[in-house]
Design a binder for this molecule. Structure first.
Ligand code: CA
Ligand code: CA
Ligand code: CA
Ligand code: CA
Length: 249
């Protein structure tokens, strides 16, 4: 007779040991861009979370920014961060920032990943126009006819768009009860200044103020003084009147 088969039973429990085979993932859940360049320190730019499906230390993640950054990360609840401004921003220096964020887990060896967030800056009218020269000195022969161009002044403004548009105008003031604008005229668009009267008709103490305005918000003043010194020149009997336009910004 054949021997009966004898069967034995045993349970085998297989435990799978986690291996750090997943790099952490950076998830941007919200992003505000562009941001006004005058945004206060601590303004929230982005909300970020991380995900790593590994377990324990292999799935534990830390987020980092480069040491030199205009932004910083605030950690709120686990795996959730906010990216905030960490100091003044200036569109005139940098009109956008590339913020590189790296995520690293605590596995051995650790795995990491990176993500770049581009933060664009919105211009704010935070720069007044500046004249190309602090002082313009103009020499005009006495008895010059009206309509003659005296000089062209120019100012530049580093802001953008409408915030950088400059227009020129004479500051309203009076000389001997006569408005300065009856003596000189400035082309509001190109800054050319013209005489409206014969130079010999100008009063001895002639002050004109030239300013330019920008969106009626920012103003700078240019102070223009005619010294009206008669200069005995090397042109024989010809004299020159000396106009001094000083810009006091
Ligand atoms: Ca794993
Ligand atoms: Ca991992
Ligand atoms: Ca401006
Ligand atoms: Ca600006």
């Amino acid at each position: 007779l054949p021997l009966p088969l004898l069967l034995g039973h045993s349970g085998v429990e297989i435990k799978i040991i986690d291996v750090n085979d997943n790099a952490p993932e950076i998830i941007v859940t919200s992003l505000t861009s562009p941001v006004p360049e005058d945004a206060a320190r601590g303004t929230v730019i982005a909300l970020i979370s991380t995900r790593d499906p590994d377990s324990k230390e292999n799935g534990k993640v830390t987020l980092r920014l480069p040491s030199e950054s205009h932004f910083k990360l605030n950690s709120s609840v686990s795996n959730h961060y906010s990216l905030v401004t960490n100091g003044p921003l200036d569109r005139e220096i940098n009109d956008q920032y590339s913020v590189e964020i790296s995520a690293t887990d605590y596995g051995k060896p650790p795995l990491s990943s990176a993500k770049t967030i581009v933060v664009k800056l919105l211009d704010v009218n935070d720069n007044p126009p500046v004249f190309s020269q602090p002082r313009y000195t103009i020499y005009v022969k006495e008895n010059s006819a009206p309509g003659q161009i005296l000089c062209s002044v120019s100012a530049s403004d580093p802001d953008a768009g409408e915030n950088a548009k400059v227009s020129y105008s004479i500051v309203d003031s009076k000389v001997d009860d006569v408005s300065v604008s009856s003596y000189v005229y400035v082309n509001s668009e190109n800054g050319s200044i013209y005489m409206l009267q014969r130079t010999s008709n100008l009063p001895i103490h002639f002050f004109c103020f030239i300013h330019f305005s920008l969106n009626l918000i920012l103003r700078a003043k240019c102070f223009c003084q005619q010294l009206h010194n008669l200069v005995s020149s090397c042109f024989g009997e010809c004299f020159a009147s000396h106009f001094c336009v000083a810009c006091l910004l």
